[in-house]
Write a protein that binds this ligand. Structure first.
Ligand code: TSB
Ligand code: ZN
Length: 583
């Protein structure tokens, strides 16, 4: 999907369309007050105060009609630069604009743009005429707090998108429609993969049997891979004394993302947001020699983060998640090799899941934000340049982003786009010189001296929650055979004649640990076949006279119309092979 913000022409066009929207709203609702109307990746929006009135979809239609009318009139858009006093005078009836003017730096040139009877305070640039904005679509309206602060009034945010031609617009709307169909929340519900409930709360999802089966397979898959690569897995508690996070630095730099303390008599407990502190203590439990390193401690570990209720999204962003976590304790001379192994593991896993659309991001700190980031320039310079150097040496293509690091160090994040356009991190590999210091971790080097190890934090699947969200959207719920909640659905054509043979097939496959169902309901064959397709079962078997007499199976693959036939034994072998090969 195109990122409107990244395209210069579309950016300007969409911004002009936001003005057109405001003008139409002003015509229809003369009392409307306007806040801001920026361009976003999806198009544009405008935040509008309509008093106590809440816009409906019908209203959006009326507004769109008015916009069309104005666009057809084709007024020119022209720019003026005005003094601060004049700006304050012109926008005196619009308190939000007055706010904006007052917040502008003293030396900033104040400009406004006028089209017909409408003028808006704006930096620009804009297209030449409103008629260029005629190919637009208003997408939705929702509430948005003034300045994003929940203590403030709720404004109405109207979203839209605009293109140069009708074809481009229609094409884009079609893609949006397809994306909606792929949304993991929709598919998750249809296929009974997971559910939320208001009594449990936002960002807290329950994995239903179908989803839990997929997750179990994912857990097994990644744990087995890690064991082969020399990881040792542990189990640690989800709770800890708040002291632990004071030592680690989470208390000073990550507290806003944590649930508040539980006070018990003389104790203070918190739900952990990360697992690093526990793993640091496990490392520290023993003396280590340089020959023992790297030590790789892994855990499929539940964590709790206080994500804003407005930011949580299905399984993609949750408040309780389970990380595919590990902390690698390495000597400084092992950093490159270990980062390289992590990157290779990421690439190998992505190949297994056919993940091709992603970008590597080197996430750096924001130097000015000493609240979020541990304040030690020297340490940051070292960690950031070390990680950058390793990435360059490994020949990895990446872009850099400030303000995206962890509080303890820079990260190599793998960014993907969700169906509804969220840019999220899937895998991560992070370099940390801080926590070894905070926990006073050491090993004995060749000269018998105590020295500090370096820690690499890494999560390959990220969290099972987010990975599942991704997988659902990528596969549209048609999981590969090895992951599918139900792998084989057996439909006897007629229970009276075919049930016995169908049951025999079921028993054989069940014995092979294949997830199989026998659909012996008294429903029409075509109905049962359709339902099997809707459930996205990889193999649907149709068992009738022909199959019974020759000990064959006839099967239909998900998404295919044709039926194939194989001797039962061969079919069984085919399934086992495909499951093993993760086809
Ligand atoms: C890798 N301490 C490290 C760990 O050792 C850590 O916690 N890193 S993290 O903060 O980046 O989180 C790891 C992964 O969890 C992220 O890469 C992302 O894929 C996933 N994740 C983060 N927040 C959420 C959330 N709210 N919901 C679902 N998944 C999340
Ligand atoms: Zn960590």
């Amino acid at each position: 999907m195109i990122d409107i913000k990244k395209d210069e022409r579309l950016s300007v066009l969409n911004h002009s369309c936001a003005h057109l929207l405001a003008q139409a709203v002003k015509h229809l609702y003369p009392e409307a007050k306007f806040w801001v109307g920026p361009v976003i990746s999806e198009g544009f929006y405008y935040d509008i105060d309509l008093g106590n009135y809440t816009l409906t979809d019908d209203d959006l239609e009326k507004i769109a009609k008015e916009m069309k009318k104005i666009a057809k009139d084709g007024k020119r858009i022209y720019r003026e630069e005005i003094s601060r006093d004049e700006a304050l005078e012109r926008f005196k009836d619009d308190p939000y604009k007055i706010d904006l003017i007052n917040e502008m730096p003293i030396d900033e040139v104040i400009s406004c743009y006028t089209q017909g009877d409408f003028t808006d305070l704006c930096r620009g640039p804009h297209v030449d005429s409103v008629k260029e904005c005629k190919n637009f679509k208003l997408l939705k309206v929702s509430g948005a707090y003034y300045k994003g602060d929940s203590k403030n009034k709720v404004l109405q945010r109207i979203y839209g998108v605009c293109f140069d031609s009708k074809d481009e617009l229609e094409n884009h709307l079609k893609l949006l429609e397809e994306a909606k169909e792929r949304d993991h929340r929709k598919i998750g519900k249809e296929l009974e993969l997971f559910m939320g409930h208001e009594l449990v709360g936002p960002g807290l999802q329950m994995w239903l049997p179908n989803g839990a089966t997929v997750r179990y397979e994912l857990e097994k898959y990644i744990k087995e891979k890690e064991v082969k690569l020399g990881y040792n897995h542990v189990y640690t508690p989800y709770l800890a004394s708040s002291e632990l996070y004071k030592v680690s630095g989470h208390w000073d730099h990550y507290k806003d993302d944590m649930f508040p303390v539980m006070k018990m008599d003389n104790e203070e407990l918190v739900l952990r947001p990360m697992n690093c502190p526990h793993h640091m203590l496990i490392y520290k439990n023993k003396l280590h020699s340089y020959r023992d390193l790297p030590i790789r401690i892994g855990e499929l570990a539940p964590d709790f983060r206080y994500e804003a209720s407005g930011a949580v999204c299905g399984l993609e962003r949750v408040r309780q998640m389970c990380q595919n976590d590990a902390h690698l304790f390495v000597r400084p001379d092992q950093i490159k090799e270990e980062v390289s192994k992590v990157v290779n593991l990421i690439l190998e896993v992505y190949k297994d899941f056919n993940i091709t659309d992603y970008e590597f991001r080197l996430s750096l700190r924001d130097k000015n934000n000493t609240e979020k980031y541990f304040d030690d320039d020297e340490m940051w310079e070292k960690a950031e340049s070390e990680l950058r150097k390793v990435l360059v040496e490994l020949g990895i293509n990446f872009y850099e982003a400030e303000g995206e690091a962890a509080f303890y160090g820079p990260k190599l994040d793998v960014q993907i786009k969700s169906a509804i356009g969220h840019d999220v991190t899937l895998s991560t590999c992070q370099l940390d010189f801080l926590l070894p210091e905070r926990f006073d971790l050491t090993y004995i080097d060749e000269n018998g001296q105590k020295v500090r190890p370096v820690v690499i934090h890494r999560a390959i699947l990220g969290t099972f929650d987010r990975f599942m969200a991704y997988l659902i959207e990528e596969t549209k719920g048609a999981f590969p055979l090895w992951l599918a909640p139900l792998q084989v659905n057996i439909i006897p054509v007629n229970n009276e004649y075919h049930l016995e043979y169908a049951s025999k097939i079921r028993n054989i496959l069940e014995n092979d640990n294949i997830r199989v169902k026998l659909d012996d309901r008294d429903e029409k064959l075509s109905y049962r076949m359709r339902e099997s397709q809707a459930d996205k079962v990889p193999y649907t078997l149709i068992i009738g006279d022909k199959e019974k007499d020759s000990e064959n199976v006839s099967y239909r693959l998900f998404g295919h119309k044709e039926t194939s036939t194989l001797p039962l034994k061969e079919f069984e072998e085919l399934l086992l092979r495909q499951i093993k090969e993760k086809k």
